[in-house]
Design a protein around this ligand. Structure first.
Ligand code: ADE
Ligand code: ZN
Length: 352
């Protein structure tokens, strides 16, 4: 048996036990293949593919096609409520204590957006009441949707959205849809007036131009992905100088073909350049990813210990859209955990 040293990356159990925060995770991708099969059978709909290959994709476009297929099975408010509950329980089981979960009404054609968001919020509320992670919602516009639709969403969120809604997101395939950020300038300005946090996917299916565009037109608080910023040194400098947080998702970027493996992911170079980066799972069930697993891979690749896991968690808390009181309590939870870790070796001596 070898003795762990400071240079050893933390084991998965130590990472799982760490009170983590996730800012980039999609509700619809928290649905398991087994639950999809069950829903399909219930509605008498044949599976798109055999269950073993359902979650196999080579590109973002293919992933989003399959995503749209299984989302079509999410047909009732009860299914939505249960999915949200199960997602919170699943994130909790991975040691996540706070998450902001994206949900895309465009992917739920059988439900109107208002009852959908209310049902998801109710599921998260019930889960938190049962002791699971405190999960908030970030409704996400799809880039192909109209500005009118998006403005309607934002006005409703401001007037009578559930209190678990904390922000606004934007996602979709920029490679296919082209330059769509300018379309949502007024929508994002209104979201800011209404106190919603602002994030958007860019720099995944778009290059640095997509990130510049999103920053200029949407005045983002943070960016989902943003990894292709690394291709433009001036943009990297801008992100670092302005403290714009990138919510990166290493395995998801490998699966959709952006990078050959996590060792070639730009998370390390972005951090070395001073960009605030958080680690996230993106699509847990649909890409067989957990946040703990992502931290383990990044730790192995970059030589991180639990100190770096703690630092990334603190950056996530600082970039979260919750109120200051909640952020302070999350910081305290991290501090307490870290204090317990440093006390542990001495504590052990006292046990017989
Ligand atoms: N929806 C879910 N995951 C996504 C991703 N990685 N990029 C764009 N849209 C998404
Ligand atoms: Zn995403």
């Amino acid at each position: 048996m070898t003795t762990p040293t400071a240079a050893d990356p933390p084991g998965i159990e130590a990472i799982r036990a760490f009170p983590k925060v996730e800012l980039h995770v999609h509700m619809e991708a928290c649905l398991s293949a087994e639950r999809i099969e069950e829903l399909a059978a219930g509605f008498g709909i044949p599976m798109l593919r055999p269950i073993e290959s359902l979650f196999v994709y080579a590109t973002l476009a293919e992933f989003l096609e399959v995503y749209e297929w299984w989302c079509d099975l999410l047909r009732t408010a009860e299914i939505a409520e249960q999915l949200a509950y199960d997602a919170a329980a699943q994130l909790s089981a991975d040691g996540i204590v706070y998450a902001e979960v994206l949900c895309g009404p465009r992917y739920w054609p059988h439900l109107r957006r208002e009852p959908l968001i209310e049902a998801l919020a109710a599921g998260l509320e019930r889960a938190h009441g049962d002791g699971h992670a405190d999960c908030r919602l970030t409704p996400s516009i799809s880039r192909e949707q109209s500005a009118e639709w998006a403005m309607g969403l934002v006005e409703w969120l401001g007037a009578s959205g559930p209190s678990r809604v904390v922000g606004l997101g934007l996602d979709g395939n920029e490679e296919l849809l082209g330059r769509t950020s300018p379309k949502f300038t007024e929508v994002y300005a209104r979201a800011a007036e209404l106190g919603l946090g602002r994030t958007a996917h860019s720099g995944e299916s778009s290059g640095p131009d997509g990130v510049w565009d999103a920053l200029e037109h949407l005045h983002l608080d943070r960016v989902d992905h943003g990894v292709r910023s690394i291709e433009d040194p001036r943009l990297v400098e801008h992100l670092a100088a302005n403290g714009v947080t990138l919510n990166v998702t290493p395995t998801s970027n490998v699966i959709t073909g952006l990078y050959p493996d996590v060792d070639h992911h730009p998370v390390g170079p972005l951090m070395a350049a001073g960009v605030p980066v958080t680690i996230n799972s993106d699509d847990p069930k649909a890409m067989n990813v957990t946040l703990s697993g992502e931290f383990e891979k990044v730790s192995r690749s970059l030589g991180w210990g639990l100190g770096e896991v703690a630092a990334a968690t603190r950056r996530a808390i600082d970039a979260a859209f919750c109120d200051q009181e909640k952020a302070a309590s999350l910081h305290r939870q991290v501090d307490d955990h870290v204090r317990g870790l440093t006390r542990e070796p001495a504590g052990k001596d006292h046990h017989p």
